[in-house]
Design a protein around this ligand. Structure first.
Ligand code: UDP
Ligand code: MG
Length: 317
């Protein structure tokens, strides 16, 4: 039996690029089928993440055009990670393998062939890894590199230069479904699922049309989310900083006592104020970091749904 492949594609306001890339995905499915690598029941599953433009009507039109296209629509915009999870969970019961990929054509879909080869030789998870970052701006490249290093430093097991382009077997998807956290950071979560994995290199291109949905502000909050949902190192760091500051102030106290004894008077107010300000800053920052974790706990204990499906193309057909 040939494996059933589901290509899972989150889409948010992608009316410009979808008509360009959808036929490319279909071509890929057809080629793989002709080569005898996948089953004819393989599908391209679009997840409409509460788009405000024509994205969903394009998806329904596509599904009527060719049975290989299908889609689900979320009840509102939930962000890339949640949309992707919704798609993967939808695919889980229908497929043998899933490949998640963005809809903007940046990720070279020819890497899917190699991913399937890796799957056939026993890997449950295959990570798509960017071979270079030539198409990125120097700024994006620099910040991305810093981010991966920071995550490593925080003890988060993450595959270097891997975004959310990856193959997961049914078994791996079932494993992922057992992680019930609301704060999603799939790149850090998937390695925790375990199983045998491998990497496939690909080169990332420019977006074929439309604009990036990840401006700097979103990138930053994504990075902070990633760190705080996977590591408690920042809290430990606070303890370390507190410890160092305490030692420094003991030294300061000894120093002022000694100067008082030697010279007969102690130093002026400037040093006192700067130490107070410094400590005030450290304390506020620490409260902020702890608050970030408490906020996360707050959101987790509510157990709110991670996504709600509004419509499916299967119901329209
Ligand atoms: N996306 C989504 N929901 C969002 C933002 C983005 O489903 O709220 C999708 C988007 O349609 C695309 C993918 O996530 O398929 C990656 O987004 P984008 O290409 O804008 O990010 P970049 O490649 O610039 O990091
Ligand atoms: Mg993109």
């Amino acid at each position: 039996m040939k494996p059933i492949l589901y290509i899972v594609i989150p889409c948010y306001n992608e009316q410009e690029v979808l008509p360009v890339t959808a036929p490319m995905f279909l071509q890929k499915i057809n080629d793989l089928y002709i080569e005898g690598k996948i089953s004819e029941h393989s599908r391209i599953l679009f997840v409409n993440d509460g788009s405000k433009d024509r994205t969903w009507s394009i998806i329904t039109e596509l599904s009527q055009l060719d049975e290989h296209y299908c889609g689900i629509s979320l009840s509102r915009n939930r962000g890339h990670q949640n949309a992707l999870l919704a798609g993967l969970m939808e695919a889980k019961n229908k497929c043998d393998i899933s490949v998640s990929v963005d809809c903007d054509g940046q990720d070279d879909i020819d890497a899917i062939d190699k991913m399937i080869d890796e799957y056939l030789s026993g890997s449950d998870i295959v990570y798509g890894v960017r071979s270079d970052r030539k198409t990125d701006t120097a700024f994006k490249r620099g910040t991305a590199q810093f981010f991966y290093k920071l995550m490593r430093g925080m003890g988060v097991d993450m595959v270097y230069n891997h975004a959310d382009y990856r193959l997961m077997s049914k078994r791996a998807l079932e494993g992922l479904s057992q992680f019930e956290e609301v704060n999603l950071f799939l790149r850090g979560l998937v390695p925790m699922v375990g199983f045998k994995y491998s990497c496939v290199e690909y080169s990332r291109k420019e977006r074929l049309a439309g604009k990036s949905k990840y401006p700097l502000k979103k990138m930053l909050s994504f990075a902070i989310d990633g760190i705080t949902s996977l590591s408690v190192k920042p809290i430990r760091l606070i303890t370390a900083v507190g410890f160092i500051v305490a030692i420094l102030s003991v030294i300061g106290i000894i120093w002022s006592v000694v100067t008082r004894l030697v010279t007969g008077h102690t130093g002026g107010w400037a040093s006192t104020i700067s130490i107070i300000c410094f400590l005030g800053g450290v304390q506020l920052l620490s409260l902020g970091v702890i608050g970030e974790y408490i906020g996360k706990i707050y959101l987790e204990v509510k157990r709110r749904p991670r996504f709600i499906i509004d419509k499916k193309t299967d119901d329209i057909k």
